[in-house]
Ligand binder design. Structure first.
Ligand SMILES: NC(=O)c1ccc[n+]([C@@H]2O[C@H](COP(=O)([O-])OP(=O)(O)OC[C@H]3O[C@@H](n4cnc5c(N)ncnc54)[C@H](OP(=O)(O)O)[C@@H]3O)[C@@H](O)[C@H]2O)c1
Length: 413
């Protein structure tokens, strides 16, 4: 007899728990302990639904399948060719007994602790809100890799809708990942706690996008290959600009709020650079003269000055700074003392998979947050901050709010 697969192991744990409960039923004072959440938690694993299996989702899926305390109970895919396949087959690992479906209602009907929500982000930024709210209302916590790190930014009306579905389902929404999710929310915020004074914070990201294969993501979401007339990153009516500004405004606002400051507003001076020649990239050709570099810069204005700048440079061409002569992220804090941190992710060798460092890192940030998300009270979970810099200890300065929260909807119907 071979080793039981993961669904057999989960079934065994359930049967074992049932047998233990029956054994002690009504007979001893161990009954309360046996029925307690901590005993169940000890025996049971977290039941997880994986939503989407792109490069990020597939890495999360494999991490779920491989994790001894996680039980995969459902898998949603978009691609017709993936429907009906075993999750293990899609993730290129052992069979799981969980079959991929495109049926959202079937996913909503499942009993699960958490959904790892990893679809491709689409403009407008609120595109996925409806399904996220349906999942939350159906009693499943949601971890998103597409923003939702600080929905408080959009104001009380927006928050009310999310809070309502969380209260209905007794669930939590948590946004995580790398950027958004890590470099500003965890690293820059933690580093601020080293300072007795801060004048300015700068976080920059530089990514070579030439190997990203998905044309929809590269051309429609990130805006590469657009004509320079069309591509106004500072104009929020252009779909990629609306999407990116929606997602990264939350990052800027969260940092300012974590330091107990009041955000006046967010301003930008984004720019694009044209391709100097036709470029052959993994997603397709970028014609000479069309967008080959997007340089996003959002500035959080505090007390009338640029206090925090988030700079993101995504490149299809060796625009300055020259290739490899840069870090993935740099955090610079001007203050007392000055702090400089550089972060790079390195793809491990010999894993047997083509998975890149960024994909493992997104999966790590998602998987490792599952216990905290499942234990959190209903509502939004913010990345916890310990002893960040605060110019004043007295709380609470007025929260940051966006100018136009009404454009975003989270209806569950
Ligand atoms: N927070 C962070 O730091 C961070 C870092 C990197 C990426 N991300 C986000 O992660 C997301 C997924 O990236 P990826 O690299 O996995 O993408 P990818 O490899 O291009 O895969 C595309 C994914 O989108 C799904 N998809 C197909 N049609 C769709 C539709 N109409 N609507 C929504 N999703 C659809 C695909 O479904 P199938 O399962 O059927 O293939 C697949 O899972 C991106 O939106 C990106 O913004 C976040």
């Amino acid at each position: 007899m071979g080793r039981p697969d993961r669904s057999q192991q989960a079934a065994f744990r359930k049967d074992f728990l049932f047998a233990i409960e029956k054994l002690f039923e009504g007979s001893t004072n161990l009954t309360g302990w046996v029925k307690s959440p901590s005993f169940k938690e000890y025996l049971m694993s977290y039941r997880v639904i994986q939503w989407a299996t792109g490069s990020m989702g597939k890495t999360c899926l494999r991490a779920v399948i491989d994790h001894p305390d996680l039980e995969l109970v459902g898998l949603l895919v978009y691609g017709k060719s993936k429907t009906g396949r075993d999750a293990g087959n899609i993730a290129r690992c052992d069979t799981t007994g969980v079959i991929a479906t495109r049926d959202i209602d079937a996913i909503l009907a499942l009993d699960a602790d958490v959904v790892l929500h990893c679809p491709r982000i689409q403009p407008p930024y609120a595109h996925h809100n409806k399904e996220i709210c349906q999942l939350l209302a159906s009693g499943k916590n949601v971890i998103s890799i597409n923003g939702h790190t600080y929905p408080q930014y959009w104001g009380p009306e927006y928050m009310e809708e999310i809070s309502e579905v969380c209260a209905k389902g007794g669930t939590t929404l948590f946004g995580t990942g790398l950027n958004p999710g890590f470099i500003t929310e965890k690293i820059a915020t933690a580093a601020s706690g080293l300072c007795t004074r801060i004048d300015r914070i700068h976080v920059s990201e530089i990514v070579d996008c030439t190997s990203i294969p998905n044309p929809n993501y590269i051309f429609d979401v990130l805006g590469f290959g657009a004509s320079l007339h069309e591509a106004d990153l500072n104009e929020s009516s252009w779909p990629p600009a609306e999407l990116m500004t929606g997602m990264y405004s939350e990052v800027v606002a969260q940092l300012v709020d974590s330091l107990g400051l009041t955000l006046d507003h967010i301003e930008s001076d984004h720019e694009v650079l044209p391709a100097t020649k036709d470029l052959e990239t993994a997603a397709g050709r970028i014609k000479k003269g069309t967008v080959s570099v997007t340089h996003w810069r959002w500035h959080g204005i505090v007390g009338g000055k640029r206090f925090f700048t988030l700079s993101i440079r995504w490149m299809m061409e060796n625009a300055p700074p020259a290739k490899k002569d840069y870090n993935l992220w740099d955090v610079k804090i001007l203050g007392i003392p000055e702090v400089e941190i550089s972060v790079n992710l390195v793809t491990p060798k010999y894993t047997g998979y083509k998975t890149m460092a960024e994909q493992y890192a997104v999966a790590g940030s998602v998987i490792n947050s599952i216990p905290a998300v499942c234990a959190a009270p209903a509502g939004i979970l913010r990345i916890p901050v310990f002893a960040a810099y605060r110019p004043r200890f007295r709380s609470k300065f007025p929260p940051a709010t966006a100018p136009t929260p009404s454009v975003r909807s989270c209806e569950t119907s």
